[in-house]
Ligand binder design. Structure first.
Ligand SMILES: *[C@@H]1O[C@H](CO)[C@@H](O)[C@H](O)[C@H]1NC(C)=O
Ligand SMILES: *[C@@H]1O[C@H](CO)[C@@H](O)[C@H](O)[C@H]1NC(C)=O
Ligand SMILES: *[C@@H]1O[C@H](CO)[C@@H](O)[C@H](O)[C@H]1NC(C)=O
Ligand SMILES: *[C@@H]1O[C@H](CO)[C@@H](O)[C@H](O)[C@H]1NC(C)=O
Ligand SMILES: *[C@@H]1O[C@H](CO)[C@@H](O)[C@H](O)[C@H]1NC(C)=O
Ligand SMILES: *[C@@H]1O[C@H](CO)[C@@H](O)[C@H](O)[C@H]1NC(C)=O
Ligand SMILES: *[C@@H]1O[C@H](CO)[C@@H](O)[C@H](O)[C@H]1NC(C)=O
Length: 304
């Protein structure tokens, strides 16, 4: 082992020892509830360790609580007694995504993912540079990650209800994707007690840990109802179900039929009758020309 690596190794050990000591002393200390911060998936989170800036901090370790609280890993920090080798202790997962500001004891974390969600602690040291004291209670910061759900798609499929009942029976589907945390589909403007859920599905994307939710319901109604669905704060376009339009369309269709097709049909019949009579009289009058007249008559029929 080279001298340099040995030095690094002992350095690692001493730092680990410091951290263990910190942990032991910290457990005797009751800190308040964690400060909650929120970051949008893929964006930047800023962890601000609370500190009275009139005292200068000589060290800062920002650590993450892992394994259900049984251990901690070092994320980033500084030690004014050493130059920049603190980053050697950072988990590779965080190394190039985090940056500490020594002036206001804050840390920026870029490209936040769902797996960054969790509890973080600020070990702030003050006093002698060689032998500083950790400030207590240890501030805790809880990072929550959110991701926006896509605008839900809404689909309807309505059929007449079974014999006897007025109105329609509609199957409505709503689907949205890419959100976090998990959420559920909500239906606006529908009477909740009349909804029956026939399909309800949530699936997690294994790499991004975001959710896709999908719900299908049936709903019976006998008057026009505007409906939209929502997942978290994403709202679908509004669609109308159970329109009375089916009645008026039938009436208009009947009127159009009577006004246009019936006179046309009568006209066709009249022309056919007239032609038939002409054919017959020509047949009787001039037997030699009968074929020609008949052909003529056929072409007349065709032109009608
Ligand atoms: C942080 O959020 C949790 C719920 O996730 C809540 O119980 C707690 O009160 C919040 N803390 C603060 C300081 O708002
Ligand atoms: C951090 O490093 C990883 C590879 O080690 C790379 O994929 C990623 O883009 C880097 N992120 C930033 C913010 O530089
Ligand atoms: C550190 O924080 C201070 C106070 O918020 C700010 O003025 C300064 O620009 C920051 N430094 C860097 C390198 O971002
Ligand atoms: C919802 O439907 C139930 C059952 O038909 C009815 O008793 C109730 O009044 C309806 N509620 C609303 C808000 O329309
Ligand atoms: C649908 O599934 C989600 C997630 O599993 C659940 O939170 C919600 O309560 C379910 N809704 C219904 C109506 O069953
Ligand atoms: C939602 O579920 C329905 C019923 O299983 C299915 O037909 C539809 O394709 C699903 N939509 C999406 C976006 O997964
Ligand atoms: C539904 O929406 C349409 C268009 O926005 C509107 O003209 C109609 O009055 C609404 N109907 C009901 C029952 O709210």
């Amino acid at each position: 082992m080279s001298l340099k690596r040995l030095g690094l190794y002992t350095h690692r050990c001493s730092l680990a020892l410091v951290m263990i000591l910190v942990l032991v002393t910290a457990t005797t200390d009751v800190s308040g509830p964690p400060v909650n911060i929120t970051a949008v998936l893929g964006h930047t989170a800023t962890f601000k360790c609370p500190w009275d800036s009139s005292f200068s901090a000589t060290r800062l370790y920002i650590q993450r609580v892992v394994n259900g609280g049984s251990s901690e890993i070092f994320i980033n920090g500084f030690d004014s007694n050493k130059k920049s080798e603190m980053q050697l202790y950072s988990s590779p997962k965080y190394l190039n995504r985090t940056k500490v500001n020594r002036t206001d004891l804050s840390m920026e974390m870029t490209d936040v993912s769902v797996s960054d969600e969790g509890l973080y602690k600020c070990y702030i040291f003050y006093g002698k540079v060689e032998n500083p004291t950790v400030s207590k209670p240890i501030p805790e910061i809880y990072l929550k990650v959110t991701a926006k759900y896509s605008v839900p798609t809404i689909e309807k499929e309505c059929t007449e209800r079974k014999s006897g009942d007025a109105g329609k029976s509609c199957q409505l589907s709503c689907s949205s994707t890419g959100g976090y945390p998990q959420s559920a589909v909500k239906w606006a403007e529908l009477n909740l007690s009349l909804i029956s859920v026939i399909h309800n599905e949530s699936s997690e994307d294994l790499s991004s840990k975001t959710w896709t939710v999908n719900q299908t319901i049936t709903y019976n109604c006998d008057h026009p109802t505007n409906v939209s669905c929502a997942v978290d704060d994403a709202v679908s376009p509004t669609i109308t179900i159970c329109e009375t339009e089916s009645f008026s369309v039938k009436v208009i269709a009947a009127i159009v039929f009577v006004l246009v097709f019936v006179p046309l049909l009568l006209l066709v019949l009249l022309v056919m009758k007239h032609c038939y009579q002409r054919c017959r009289t020509e047949d009787q009058g001039d037997p030699e020309n009968a074929d020609v007249a008949l052909a003529d008559c056929h072409s007349q029929l065709k032109s009608v």
